[in-house]
Design a protein around this ligand. Structure first.
Ligand code: PNS
Length: 167
């Protein structure tokens, strides 16, 4: 059985991510979800440890999934996790342009291949960035995330913590 490595920022995990995990489980039976640093957006809302905890709490008994945080390159994390290849979800052609380049870099430098799965069309618009933005202004994102993530966002953005709405 092959082991798939699913890397991402997961700040926070949303239902589109869970769909990719489910597709990878269906296809390969074993998935390592790696919380990695995106060096273009190194600091985030939740710490890597919190992100791992939120993913674990959201898995709802799915067998065959491990979750861990890694500090360096994706290709190093793949080796550390003893995984066979990377799996990524594609929401759009724009995703493909970025992901294709990363896949070629990871294959060229680290000899690790990437498998793409198409995201569920009804979740193709979901992004962690907009979930953070909407939740920070008190918007209701509960349909797009799991209960543990919704609870963590609501605690983080309790009324006294909410970002200002003044222009
Ligand atoms: O959820 P994101 O932010 O789109 O995930 C991007 C991520 C974390 C997978 C990517 O930035 C990454 O692989 N970071 C680890 C550093 C790395 O390997 N960089 C070289 C990429 S070719």
């Amino acid at each position: 059985m092959a082991v798939a490595f699913y890397p991402g920022s997961f700040d926070p995990l949303h239902r589109g991510h869970l769909d990719v995990i489910d597709q990878a489980l269906d296809l390969f039976g074993s998935v390592v979800v790696g919380v990695l640093v995106n060096f273009e957006k190194p600091s985030g809302l939740f710490s890597p440890v919190q992100r791992v905890q939120l993913i674990e709490a959201s898995l709802d008994g799915r067998p065959g999934v491990r979750v861990a945080a890694y500090g360096g390159l994706a290709i190093e994390a793949v080796r550390e996790a003893a995984a066979d290849f990377i799996v990524k979800g594609l929401r759009s052609g724009a995703d493909f342009d970025v992901e294709q380049q990363m896949a070629h870099m990871n294959r060229s430098v680290g000899h690790v291949r990437t498998v793409f799965v198409p995201c569920r069309p009804d979740l193709g618009f979901v992004s962690s960035r907009f979930i953070r933005e909407i939740a920070s202004r008190g918007g209701d994102i509960t349909e797009l995330v799991t209960d543990p993530v919704a609870a963590a966002l609501s605690t983080t953005f309790a009324p006294s913590e909410q970002a200002g709405t003044q222009p």
